[in-house]
Design a protein. Structure first.
Length: 306
C-alpha cells in the first residue's frame, strides 16, 4: 500500500499548519519568513493535491473549512511532536531544569540532596517550584514534577519514587510527659496535631476509634505541623521518610512501627513526548538512584503499588 503522504509536499503541510494555527496567511508568512503570496500558493497547491478546500477566503480573514479543521488538528499534533523530537535530539543538557514538587518533600528530602546533583552537573541550573496545585507540565514552563497520587495523569509518564505514608511522631519531652505510649490506643487521649479526618483515618486503619477530638493545631504543610511537634506541643502525623534526620538524631520519636498509606506514593512525572529529553532523563534517573540509596525509603518500599 502506497504512503498517502508521499503525494503531498510536506513544505505545504508546514505552511498550512502555521496558517491554521495563527488564523492568518499574513502572520504565517511572518513566522515562516515567506511572502504572503508564497503562503497562499503553498496552500492552493495542497488543496489541489487533496481535491478540496481547506480555507474559506473572506474579505478580511480566512476561516478553516470542516476539512481544514480536521487536518489542522492532526497537523498541529504532528508538528508539535516533531518540534519536541528535534529539540530533544539537539539539546545539550545545558540551561535550566524547572521542577515542581510539594513544600515538605522539597525541604525535607529533595533540597538537602540537590548540592550533589549540581556539583555533578554544573551546566544545568535548577529552578524549584513548590506550588501545591497540580501544574501544567506541558505548557507551564516546567519540565518535571514530583507529586503524590496514583501516577496516572493525562499526557504524563510517571515513575514511582517513594511511599506516601503517615505515622505519629512526637518530641521525646512530650513522650515523657505522657508517661510513654504502649499501644496506638493511648494516642486517643494525647494532644494531637493535624486534622481530625487524618487522625480518624489513622485510627480507622488500625481498627480503632479516634476518641474525643484532641486536635490542637493544623497547618497546610506537614513541615509546619512537625515543627509544632518538635516543640512538644502535640503528636503529629507525618511521613517518617521525610523526617528521618529528626528521628535519627533523637529530636523526634516514632512510637509505633505501623504506618498508614495516604496515597499510592510519590511519583516522578514528565510529559510523555519529552521522556527522552536529556535533562529530564538525567534528573529522573538521579532521583530514582537517590531514593534507592536512602535507607528510610527502602525501609518502607514494601508499600509500593504492584
Amino acid at each position: 500500500m502506497s504512503d498517502v503522504l508521499a503525494t503531498l509536499p510536506l513544505s505545504a503541510v508546514r505552511v498550512f499548519e502555521a496558517a491554521a494555527r495563527l488564523g492568518s496567511f499574513t502572520r504565517a508568512a511572518e513566522e515562516l519568513g515567506m511572502t504572503q503570496a508564497a503562503v497562499s500558493w503553498q496552500i492552493k497547491s495542497l488543496e489541489g493535491r487533496l481535491g478540496q478546500s481547506l480555507f474559506r477566503r473572506l474579505p478580511r480573514e480566512v476561516v478553516l473549512t470542516p476539512a481544514g479543521e480536521r487536518l489542522s488538528r492532526a497537523a498541529t499534533d504532528a508538528m508539535s511532536l516533531l518540534r519536541t523530537a528535534v529539540s530533544d535530539l539537539t539539546e545539550t543538557g545545558k540551561g535550566v531544569l524547572a521542577v515542581t514538587t510539594l513544600f515538605t518533600l522539597a525541604n525535607q528530602w529533595l533540597s538537602p540532596r540537590l548540592g550533589g546533583f549540581q556539583l555533578a552537573h554544573p551546566d544545568l541550573a535548577l529552578r524549584l517550584d513548590t506550588n501545591p496545585s497540580l501544574l501544567d507540565l506541558a505548557g507551564g514552563g516546567l519540565d518535571l514534577g514530583v507529586r503524590a497520587g496514583d501516577g496516572r495523569w493525562p499526557g504524563l509518564e510517571s515513575t514511582w519514587l517513594m511511599p506516601s505514608i503517615q505515622t505519629p511522631l512526637l518530641a521525646p519531652s512530650l513522650l515523657e510527659r505522657l508517661g510513654g505510649l504502649d499501644t496506638p490506643r493511648d494516642l486517643a487521649s494525647a494532644p494531637r496535631i493535624g486534622t481530625d479526618s487524618e487522625w480518624a483515618q489513622w485510627f480507622g486503619a488500625l481498627g480503632l476509634g479516634s476518641g474525643e477530638r484532641r486536635t490542637r493545631f493544623t497547618a497546610d504543610t506537614q513541615i509546619a505541623e512537625v515543627a509544632s511537634a518538635l516543640s512538644g506541643q502535640g503528636v503529629a502525623l507525618a511521613n517518617p521518610i521525610l523526617f528521618a534526620r529528626e528521628l535519627a538524631d533523637g529530636r523526634l520519636v516514632q512510637p509505633f512501627e505501623a504506618v498508614v498509606e495516604t496515597s499510592p506514593g510519590y511519583w516522578v512525572a514528565y510529559p510523555t513526548e519529552r521522556r527522552r529529553t536529556p535533562k529530564i532523563a538525567l534528573f529522573r534517573d538521579w532521583l530514582l538512584a537517590e531514593a534507592a540509596a536512602d535507607p528510610a525509603v527502602q525501609a518502607y518500599a514494601a508499600t509500593r503499588p504492584q
